[in-house]
Design a protein around this ligand. Structure first.
Ligand code: FAD
Length: 281
């Protein structure tokens, strides 16, 4: 397995002190695997601003893994974004995941001066030059609000042209969708690394709800098997681990430039896949 691939882990900021302590323990465990970086999500409209800042700073300074805040532009003014960028730059943060974001329900209609992630990428470049390595999101199965697949590919290309360095995909359970997307964007001249986002399967009902919302398809054969397990959590996890490990093998054998694990703040599901794949540590 190539050492220059990028393996990374994503967290979300927690609401409680106890949750935060647990997150840091999980991060310390994952840090011993030597990931390329950690990232931490951001609630669009600034709903987790302090939580994201604190988490990223602690991951980088205390757990000592280079860490990337996610930053989204819906609901944030340019002044808010500029202040965050300055804070991150001054704190030695070198990587940012730049997104449009989705406003949580109840936060009203999207405001903000930047409309799309490509606008945010341009803004970050205008404000901070080449300081940050900018990651953007990619959707092998199409973003749920896109008019059609071609349009979504074009919009992804705009993000690359605006100055993104690499991309992380929405999770998916069908390796072909990733290779198809790659082929389509490469035909348009985009060569930046597109790292598959990997969602371990641990809980069927939550996964089904979340997948509906973000437009990730759970193939029928996986859905039916997970449904058949009912409340048998152990069987769900064992099956999920096998399915995801096999998909990751296909992705890496096919040349994927790394894997980005959506940990949901848990170590074991991602590490089981990491160990099955015998990834470098
Ligand atoms: P964009 O790239 O702006 O695309 C959004 C939609 O607009 C797409 O349908 C696209 O086709 C369309 N579009 C883009 N440009 C144009 C244009 N010029 N004209 C017309 N249409 C256009 N959400 C959070 O709130 N916080 C997070 O921390 C977070 N982290 C994420 C991490 C990853 C790796 C991924 C894959 C997603 C993450 N999300 C997060 C979810 C993301 O914010 C949503 O999917 C959001 O709906 C789209 O964000 P985007 O950056 O992909 O938007």
């Amino acid at each position: 397995m190539s050492q220059d691939r990028s393996f990374s882990f994503e967290f979300f900021p927690t609401k409680t002190e106890a949750g935060h302590e647990k997150l840091l323990n999980v991060a310390r465990q994952l840090a011993s695997y030597n990931p390329a970086f950690f990232s931490c999500t951001y609630g669009a409209g600034g709903s987790t601003r302090d939580g994201t800042i604190n988490t990223v700073m602690q991951l980088q300074n205390d757990v000592k893994v280079p860490s990337a805040p996610h930053l989204s532009c819906v609901g944030d003014s340019k002044a808010d974004l500029r202040a965050l960028l300055t804070q991150y730059k001054d704190a030695g943060i070198k990587r940012i995941v730049a997104l449009r974001g989705d406003l949580p329900s109840g936060m009203g209609v999207a405001s903000g001066e930047l409309r799309y992630a490509s606008d945010l990428v341009s803004f970050i470049r205008e404000e901070t030059g080449s300081h940050f390595h900018i990651e953007v999101a990619a959707y092998p199965e199409m973003h749920p609000q896109a008019r059609n697949f071609d349009d979504d590919v074009k919009n992804f290309v705009h993000k690359a042209q605006a100055g993104a360095d690499s991309a992380i995909t929405q999770y998916f359970f069908n390796a072909d969708s990733y290779f198809h997307f790659l082929e389509r964007v490469q035909k348009k001249g985009v060569t930046l690394p597109i790292v598959p986002g990997i969602m371990p399967i641990t809980n069927y009902s939550k996964l089904a709800r979340f997948s509906d919302a973000c437009g990730a398809e759970i193939p029928r054969w996986i859905r039916k098997q997970l449904e058949a397990y009912g409340d048998d959590v152990q069987s769900i996890q064992a099956f999920g681990e096998q399915v995801i490990t096999e998909m990751c093998e296909r992705l890496l054998d096919g040349g994927a430039p790394g894997l980005h694990f959506y940990t949901l703040n848990q170590a074991d599901p991602s590490l089981a896949i990491w160990n099955n794949l015998k990834l470098p540590r």
